[in-house]
Write a protein that binds this ligand. Structure first.
Ligand SMILES: Cc1cc2nc3c(=O)[nH]c(=O)nc-3n(C[C@H](O)[C@H](O)[C@H](O)COP(=O)(O)OP(=O)(O)OC[C@H]3O[C@@H](n4cnc5c(N)ncnc54)[C@H](O)[C@@H]3O)c2cc1C
Length: 484
């Protein structure tokens, strides 16, 4: 094999999804020489097949649903949904027809060097992409994300099933759709497609949809989807999938069969750590997720960021972690340079001028996931932060629970929207450790609850504050009073 071309840089970022792009761009802006490597599209899953296009779909589907509510409040409206404008908006506004030229230029405009290709670690401080090896003076950041997990069901691999990618790229809707997986992504897409007239069936292996959230959230979400015509089947253990050229048939343990024109598999996501050459740096490639410490360090000179760390598959987690990585890498560089200067050596890292403008004020923040917010953007939205009641009890916390139904608040009654606020408090410390906010603006109402959990605002202060009337968030005040 020919000797690889060797390229020396300060930092190599492998995978330019949400987390990697943020790290690479900010380190380049700080004056470091940064190589960013991406094999698909710069920006990753979120802008092309995740958050942004799915929320465009939801915006459209909610407009359809709201127009259908005219009959309840304001006379008549003739609603004839059409998928074409939705697909066009996703193609033209969200994804530039799945082209990342703008994102690449954004990165190179900050001074970064972009490499399109698939990379892997090649020993300490080295990342190989084809016949080039990048040698990192200061560090390597891994941000390679996750890919859809497709269960090893007999028959499935040979069928033209969809993952989120095909569901987001769809130009013409099928007549019917099976959604395998009743998590956040499955429910969001199921409701969208149902509102555009697709006959949707959600198949969930556990006893309830949104199984990681409060049981009350699962109930509201299931009721809302059923009201949109979605069929929901729980405790369905898929056994086999067949496709006869026109339709899918999914057979479940016990013999039940489900048939539809399309099958969407949304059964979770996996980090493929075995592809990253981790063994060449002494890190276990057999882990499910990449273990990192609270400064996102994997090993000496290696950081991890985003979904692959398993701390929560959310864009806001990737961005939060990216800020920590940037601070820690810059701190590392500053110390290395200070050491080099102190020893009287000429700067080994590209000259003292490069430290200017790095914005290092000392003190790297440590990751803290106690107040991790998450929102399922169904209608109504399911927002949650911190621990569920069950998680809090399992941790031995002296739990107090307060609940208020949205329709008992003035705004909820006016709106005729379903939802609730549920608070989980640590009675011994007098603070919230978790909360759920479900309603037409559940994700927005959540923000106050995130502050309360994050800042450990004493319950006594939450009891004696002023909540604007008549807002959805006044349900928080009632739930605080309900804590017992
Ligand atoms: C349908 C859907 C809806 C979602 N909605 C939301 C939402 O509303 N809110 C939210 O917060 N999150 C949402 N998410 C999750 C969000 O998209 C992810 O949390 C986010 O994209 C994670 O960013 P990341 O940088 O960790 O990884 P990714 O975005 O997955 O990026 C990783 C990148 O690394 C590249 N890569 C992998 N291996 C290599 C290699 N060896 N060499 C070079 N490049 C490589 C990949 O091509 C990819 O571009 C959604 C996800 C989906 C699928």
């Amino acid at each position: 094999m020919a000797e690889p071309e060797l390229v020396d840089v300060d930092v190599v970022v492998l995978g330019l999804g949400v987390g990697g792009e943020e790290v690479a761009g900010r380190l380049a802006e700080a004056g470091l020489s940064v190589v960013g490597i991406e094999r698909r599209l710069v920006g990753g899953e979120c802008p092309y097949w995740g958050c942004i296009p799915s929320k465009m779909m939801i915006r459209a589907a909610n407009a359809v649903a709201e127009a259908r509510r005219v009959a309840e409040f304001a006379g008549e409206a003739d609603v004839r949904p059409d998928w074409a404008p939705v697909a066009k908006r996703i193609r033209e506004e969200a994804t530039d027809n799945w082209d990342d030229r703008v994102a690449v230029e954004r990165f190179t405009g900050k001074g970064g060097r972009f490499v399109r290709g698939s990379g892997a670690l090649d020993g300490p401080g080295r990342v190989r992409v084809g016949d080039r090896v990048f040698r990192a003076r200061h560090g390597i950041v891994l941000g390679t994300g996750t890919r859809p997990f497709v269960p090893p069901l007999p028959g499935l691999a040979d069928t033209p099933y969809w993952t989120n990618q095909q569901a987001i790229e769809v130009e013409e809707l099928p007549a019917s759709l099976l959604v395998l997986g009743g998590g956040a992504i499955g429910l969001e897409l199921a409701q969208v497609f149902a509102r555009f007239g697709v006959e949707v069936t959600v198949l969930e292996a556990s006893g309830r949809v949104l199984a990681v959230e409060e049981p009350e959230s699962s109930e509201v979400a299931a009721a809302a989807l059923r009201a949109d015509g979605v069929r929901i089947a729980t405790e369905v253990r898929a056994e086999r999938v067949d496709h006869d050229g026109r339709a899918f048939t999914l057979r479940a343990v016990g013999g039940a069969e489900f048939t539809a024109e399309r099958l969407l598999v949304v059964t979770g996501r996996r980090a493929h750590l075995n592809e990253l050459g981790l063994d060449t740096v002494g890190v276990d490639p057999g882990q499910r997720f990449l273990a990192v410490d609270d400064r996102m360090r994997v090993a000496d000179g290696i950081w991890g960021v985003g979904d692959l760390t398993g701390e929560g598959a959310f864009t806001h987690i990737a961005m939060y972690q990216a800020a920590i990585v940037v601070a820690d890498v810059l701190d590392h560089v500053r110390r290395a340079r200070a050491g080099a200067d102190a020893s009287g050596a000429a700067s080994a890292v590209g000259g003292a001028a490069r430290t200017e403008g790095t914005g290092i004020a000392g003190g790297v923040p440590h990751a803290d996931y106690r107040a991790l917010p998450r929102v399922t953007f169904t209608d109504p939205e399911i927002g949650a932060v911190g621990l569920t009641e069950r998680q809090a009890r399992e941790r031995g916390i002296n739990v107090q629970v307060g609940v208020s139904r949205l329709d008992s608040s003035t705004r909820g009654w006016i709106h005729r929207g379903d939802g609730f606020v549920k608070l989980v408090a640590d009675a011994d410390r007098g603070v919230l450790v978790g909360a759920t906010s479900v309603g037409p603006a559940g994700g927005e109402v959540l923000s106050g609850l995130v502050v309360a959990v994050h800042a450990e605002v004493p319950l006594s202060r939450l009891r004696h504050m002023i909540y604007a009337y008549p807002t959805f968030h006044r349900a928080i005040e009632t739930a605080v009073r309900d804590l017992s």
